[in-house]
Design a protein around this ligand. Structure first.
Ligand SMILES: CC(=O)CC(=O)SCCNC(=O)CCNC(=O)[C@H](O)C(C)(C)COP(=O)(O)OP(=O)(O)OC[C@H]1O[C@@H](n2cnc3c(N)ncnc32)[C@H](O)[C@@H]1OP(=O)(O)O
Ligand SMILES: NC(=O)C1=CN([C@@H]2O[C@H](COP(=O)(O)OP(=O)(O)OC[C@H]3O[C@@H](n4cnc5c(N)ncnc54)[C@H](OP(=O)(O)O)[C@@H]3O)[C@@H](O)[C@H]2O)C=CC1
Length: 291
């Protein structure tokens, strides 16, 4: 099936990025979140990111205007009745995602495909709460979506080839590259990257280095574009913790235990950029280490 109309659930960092790249590629987007206020805030973020691309002469103003014209708010799931694909990008919480998918299906055409942008959670388990597990797939974009070339594709145990092929065609239309991961905890990217970030937090927690030393060391010592603690704040410390918990529980190996300092920051509501404070304090505009 050609994908020309998508629904996106979750207007946060990833949902807005997915909506932005799909609209720029000519796809009609209906964007949902838990409130009209949240959806409108997401639409504002998309407009500001597109404006930045116009300023940088990466896109023409007309392309920006056309893309914005393709994105509309979806304040309930009835707005998804004509969609070809729904991409869920709500918070990294399995119970929340299962509730979304269970509630969503009755509003959809029988042939509508379902995808989750989950960083780590079992596609097979998420698919099992729907009426269409064969049309359910993991389409895992990377953050920030407009700038990252990779998309991970993860098939559930019964994902059909037609669904897999449609997802591959969408990724190609977005000008991105996919890799295929088997449906095991955190797939490929986060199975490797998040334990590294967790280890960086342990390095801080054990006093081996300061926030700045750790980030500078990896930026200049390993040519990472962002230091691991800066990246953790960019991803969201709640998401980082959720992924480590999925790895720890899913693989039953203590090497994936989340660092107690990460747990403390999340419990304090210090989630990184999205709350203006994590390993850095962003409230003044200049990132200042919080420890
Ligand atoms: C957790 C998961 O499930 C999987 C994942 O996604 S793991 C995370 C994977 N992503 C990464 O590793 C990103 C690593 N960082 C980078 O590649 C680069 O820093 C970057 C592409 C994000 C920015 O590139 P850059 O050219 O150095 O910076 P620049 O383009 O000037 O952008 C600078 C700013 O905009 C942000 N940014 C740039 N483009 C953006 C976009 N399209 N959307 C949102 N933020 C963007 C940058 O984070 C940075 O923020 P501040 O100005 O607030 O510091
Ligand atoms: N951050 C990253 O670097 C990456 C994240 N991902 C994955 O993408 C997904 C989203 O992550 P991210 O965008 O960072 O998270 P954010 O916290 O930025 O956004 C999640 C959004 O979902 C909303 N939400 C919560 N419950 C519902 C619901 N029932 N219906 C609709 N929207 C809801 C949240 O609202 P509220 O805040 O009010 O609860 C929030 O606006 C997660 O599964 C994450 O693992 C994948 C790749 C990279």
């Amino acid at each position: 099936m050609d994908i020309n109309k998508i629904g996106v659930i979750g207007a946060g960092q990833m949902g807005t990025g997915i909506a932005e790249v799909c609209a720029l590629a000519g796809i009609d987007v209906a964007l949902n979140d838990i409130s009209e206020e949240r959806v409108n805030a997401g639409l504002g973020v998309i407009a500001s990111h597109l404006a930045r691309q116009v300023e940088r002469q990466q896109i023409e103003p007309a392309a920006r205007d056309a893309a914005l014209g393709r994105i509309k708010p979806a304040l309930d799931y009835d707005a998804f009745s004509d969609r070809d694909l729904i991409i869920e990008a709500a918070s990294e919480n399995e119970e929340l995602k299962r509730k979304i998918f269970a509630k969503l299906c009755p509003s959809l055409k029988p042939e509508t495909m379902l995808a989750s942008n989950t960083s780590s959670i079992s596609i097979t388990r998420l698919a099992s709460v729907t009426d269409r597990p064969e049309r359910f797939i993991g389409i895992h974009f990377m953050n920030p979506v407009p700038r990252m070339q990779l998309v991970e594709l993860i098939r559930g145990i019964v994902t059909e080839n037609t669904t897999f092929e449609a997802a591959k065609a969408l990724i190609s239309r977005l000008g991105k590259t996919f890799t295929v991961s088997e449906d095991f905890p955190a797939f490929i990217v986060n199975r490797i990257l998040l334990p590294m970030i967790n280890e960086a937090i342990y390095t801080l927690y054990e006093g081996v280095g300061s926030v700045e030393a750790i980030d500078t060391a990896m930026r200049l010592g390993a040519n990472h574009p962002m230091g691991p603690l800066q990246l953790a704040d960019f991803i969201g410390l709640d998401t980082v913790l959720s992924v480590m918990q999925v790895l720890h529980e899913g693989l039953a190996d203590s090497k994936y235990r989340p660092c107690p300092l990460l747990v403390k920051y999340v419990e304090a509501g210090w989630l990184g950029r999205k709350t203006q404070r994590g390993f850095y304090d962003y409230r003044s505009g200049t990132p200042i280490p919080t420890r």
